[in-house]
Design a protein around this ligand. Structure first.
Ligand SMILES: [Zn+2]
Length: 865
């Protein structure tokens, strides 16, 4: 009974609990049976987390880090952890994933003892502890991998379980604590942390900053950034906010900084309004970090962003502006969803992500209008969710997690993209007011505490008549998607009967209750019909007696989830459909059918989509078409067939660039041309554009675009060294210069240079900048380089386990994606199949990642015979 995981246990009246304790302890045999000490094992097991949650409370960390100017020098640190212990019948495990020599001293309740550090835990015998208040004092060398140290800046990034690699702590999301931080840094460094700076003291070449006590935070949200940054403070709406950045491009700064503050203000006031809860933390602050691992990370008071996502210049596309507003809204939404109410265990990490995306989408909807929003929602979420859900490695939204050390593998497209689709269907099912009332109750009830998905479903169930538990099973607890089919009978020129069916693409029979629209398309008009698909088969009465259409467009409102029929009869009218949303849905349906081997061959779809390049005027849709075209061209057209399509596509993209009138559309076409070109003539043209920095008429190219062009030239010609060296000398920002320097050997015309670069990635130190590594891998494994890079595949697979252990949460996925996204041969697939069959006991979550990343390869090698 004592070890039952009950988040309210520590709130139980102490006297009763103590009586229970004594009862248990009074019978030795019984005690031995029931009080089995939690095993000391690597990571943070669910069992350990449960036990600690039931016995530890009221945690306060005092942390003091001394950060030297030289990156190579150790960070000396000291710490005091005070907490309340409700029961003291087993040793205390404090997480610290470092070698024993990192601990310099340890005192428990004033008594100095020798640290017993094993299996990533400092184990403290209960003889030194007592029920009630305890204090542990440590001096140690901070682990610095998750402090992301650079020559003149560093940033702490601990999600999901990296705090324990840096300092001793209880690294689990349901043991929230306050952090009283002191940072000593070189005198000219700026600092930003969760709480306000209280004061600072200069000592020689160093300065010590004392911060106020933080709000209640789980360890994964504790963070700080320090280094050479520009520091600015302005209003974000009604909030005074601080912003650190390293950008040096004055145009980018001038065009971006105001917008960044403004977007935070908009997001905060929207969320405060929607939730009915004011901004829940003591301050607002954010920092732009060059080549940050994620788009952003939601530490309260110190949100970290990837700098390139925040700083846009005159050449930025609409897409980039929307993405910026979206990432700011996403991280801001986390202040309520994830930061204020936190998941009890990382298996529910998807909940904070789905709400952050869901709320960010609502803000985007408000800024852009419903129509653009619906289009963006469809394009952002559906293809990305399908990319995983159609594979043999598909995972459900909610997964099991036995040990926190595997938490990173829960992240992926399903939680970021299928979950918002599910949530929108849930909102539709409940009605938006009921849904919002339920969420508000949930936020109030669990504020500054933790909750599970079951807690939320229990609250939402009060606001609807639908049985959410069975709905939950198919949408949340199981992977996969439905395939829709239809049959239609005509009577004369009219529809007699239309039947729609759904069945699972794979796995046991089940249905996905959902609503979506179909559109009957006629030569000069169209008619929308809503389909409430709550069963396996549905006869749609609403269409009976209506005129026979030219074709039926399925999922025309973009709400439905699955593989929908794509009628070839639509080809003639596809690009003249009035609604951009309908066209986007048609493109997606056609592509999904192509992958499923229904209706379209890759070459047919390539030709069809190429016809749309000059006529599709919607920027977001044009991007979808260009993406599908480049994807089919490299992945589903064989190298022997490809030259025939090169001519077609070089001509089509260049012509469309001239015919499109909007600058962004022209730029998308230029990007597609740059991606697909192979002919000598095109090569000369691209080289001229880069060499003279003279963009085609109406296209605006920035320094980043010219860097990208230089990389393309290096890939597709033999002049790599000089082109890249010249480009490097043109770049003024040192962060961007370093990136190009890193990439250069991966683009070398010399196979030996590329081999050396690749095999050096086995050393963790060469993988520190994960975004750079992923980019390098894409170039290394480009179809034009595969004859010499296919030999990297076994090693790339062999490294995945280590990458998961040592890298950040998205790295296994981005590593695998960068390596495999362009292979298509049987030989390449065999390497994957052999790897999996020779590792029968491989970590199942990583195996899923491999199956996800190699799904297109699996399909391509079957199609290409
Ligand atoms: Zn997030």
């Amino acid at each position: 009974m004592k070890f039952i995981h009950d988040k309210n246990l520590h709130k139980v009246n102490l006297p009763i609990k103590n009586i229970l304790l004594m009862l248990c302890l009074s019978t030795t045999a019984y005690a031995q049976q029931t009080i089995k000490p939690v095993a000391v094992e690597a990571g943070v097991s669910f069992e350990l987390a449960k036990y600690r949650h039931s016995s530890i409370s009221n945690i306060q960390y005092k942390l003091d880090f001394n950060i030297p100017a030289q990156k190579a020098n150790e960070i000396v640190a000291s710490e005091q952890i005070s907490f309340n212990l409700q029961s003291n019948e087993q040793p205390l495990q404090i997480d610290f994933k470092q070698s024993p020599d990192h601990v310099k001293s340890l005192a428990v309740n004033g008594k100095t003892i020798v640290a017993d550090l094993r299996e990533e835990h400092i184990v403290i015998n209960q003889q030194y502890l007592h029920r009630g208040a305890n204090n542990i004092a440590l001096k140690f060398i901070a682990g610095d991998a998750s402090l992301n140290r650079n020559a003149d800046f560093l940033y702490a990034l601990f999600v999901p379980d990296r705090a324990r690699t840096v300092f001793p702590c209880f690294d689990q999301p349901d043991l929230k604590a306050r952090f009283l931080l002191t940072l000593t840094v070189p005198e000219d460094w700026k600092v930003l942390a969760n709480a306000q700076k209280r004061d600072s003291v200069i000592k020689g070449a160093q300065i010590t900053y004392h911060f106020n006590n933080s709000d209640q935070l789980p360890t994964y949200l504790f963070s700080f950034t320090a280094g050479k940054f520009s520091d600015t403070s302005r209003l974000a709406g009604r909030w005074r906010a601080q912003f650190l950045y390293r950008e040096t491009d004055t145009a980018k700064i001038r065009l971006s900084v105001d917008s960044i503050f403004k977007a935070h203000g908009i997001a905060i006031s929207f969320l405060a309004g929607w939730t009915g809860i004011p901004y829940p933390f003591q301050k607002v602050g954010f920092v732009a970090i060059p080549d940050f691992q994620f788009g952003g990370m939601e530490h309260p008071g110190e949100v970290q962003y990837k700098a390139s996502g925040l700083f846009l210049d005159g050449g930025a596309t609409k897409d980039q502006f929307i993405a910026r507003s979206n990432v700011i809204s996403h991280e801001t939404a986390h202040m309520w969803f994830g930061d204020m109410v936190t998941m009890a265990w990382f298996n529910d990490v998807w909940m904070k992500e789905v709400f952050a995306n869901f709320m960010a989408d609502k803000i985007t909807e408000k800024l852009m209008g419903k129509e653009t929003f619906n289009l963006k929602f469809l394009q952002d979420h559906y293809p990305a969710a399908y990319a995983v859900d159609r594979t043999q490695g598909a995972n459900p939204i909610r997964q099991q997690l036995a040990n926190l050390q595997d938490a990173g593998s829960l992240y992926g497209n399903i939680i970021y993209h299928k979950a918002p689709v599910m949530m929108r269907q849930l909102e539709q099912l409940m009605g938006s007011e009921n849904f919002r009332n339920g969420i508000q109750e949930y936020l109030k009830k669990y504020a500054y505490s933790n909750a599970t998905w079951d807690d939320l479903i229990a609250i939402l169930s009060k606001y609807t008549k639908t049985n959410l538990y069975s709905w939950n099973k198919v949408w949340v607890n199981q992977p996969g998607r439905p395939v829709f089919d239809f049959s239609i009978a005509y009577r004369g020129g009219q529809i007699g009967k239309l039947t729609i069916t759904q069945h699972p693409e794979t796995g046991e029979p089940r249905i996905w209750p959902q609503t979506f629209s179909i559109t009957l398309v006629y030569p000069n008009r169209s008619q929308n019909i809503t389909v409430n698909m709550n069963s396996e088969t549905l006869t749609l009465k609403a269409v009976e007696g209506l005129d026979k259409p030219s074709f039926i467009l399925f999922n025309s409102d973009g709400m439905g989830y699955g593989v929908f029929p794509a009628d070839r009869a639509m080809n003639d009218q596809l690009f003249t459909l009035n609604s951009p949303l309908q066209r986007a849905s048609a493109y997606i349906n056609a592509y999904e059918n192509m992958l499923s081997g229904r209706n379209f061959k890759p070459s047919e779809l390539l030709k069809l989509f190429a016809q749309g390049l000059a006529v599709e005027k919607n920027e977001m849709n044009l991007r979808v078409l260009a993406g599908y075209i480049t994807n089919i061209y490299w992945e589903f057209i064989s190298p022997q067939e490809r030259p025939a399509y090169t001519t077609l596509l070089e001509t089509a993209t260049w012509a469309a660039m001239g015919q499109q009138t909007a600058p962004n559309n022209k730029k998308i076409m230029f990007g597609a041309y740059q991606n697909i070109y192979l002919s000598d003539a095109a090569g000369k043209q691209i080289y001229q554009i880069w060499q003279h920095q003279q963009a085609p008429e109406g296209v605006k190219l920035t320094e980043d675009d010219y860097t990208s062009l230089a990389l393309s030239i290096a890939l597709k010609s033999d002049t790599a060294t000089t082109v890249l060296q010249q480009q490097r000398s043109r770049i003024t920002n040192t962060d961007r210069q370093e990136r190009l320097t890193f990439l250069m050997p991966a683009l070398s015309p010399n196979v030996a240079d590329r081999d050396t670069f690749f095999y050096a990635l086995a050393d963790r130190r060469n993988r520190q900048k994960e975004a750079w590594v992923a980019t390098a891998l894409i170039y290394l494994n480009h179809p034009l380089r595969q004859s010499t890079s296919i030999k990297y595949l076994p090693k790339s697979l062999a490294l995945v386990e280590e990458i998961q252990r040592t890298g950040d949460v998205f790295f296994p996925q981005s590593w695998l994606g960068a390596v495999f996204s362009n292979y298509q041969s049987k030989e390449a697939y065999k390497i994957v199949a052999d790897f999996l069959s020779s590792h029968p006991n491989y970590n199942p979550k990583l195996k899923d990642k491999i199956l996800q990343a190699t799904d297109n390869l699996y399909r391509a090698q079957k199609m290409l015979k």
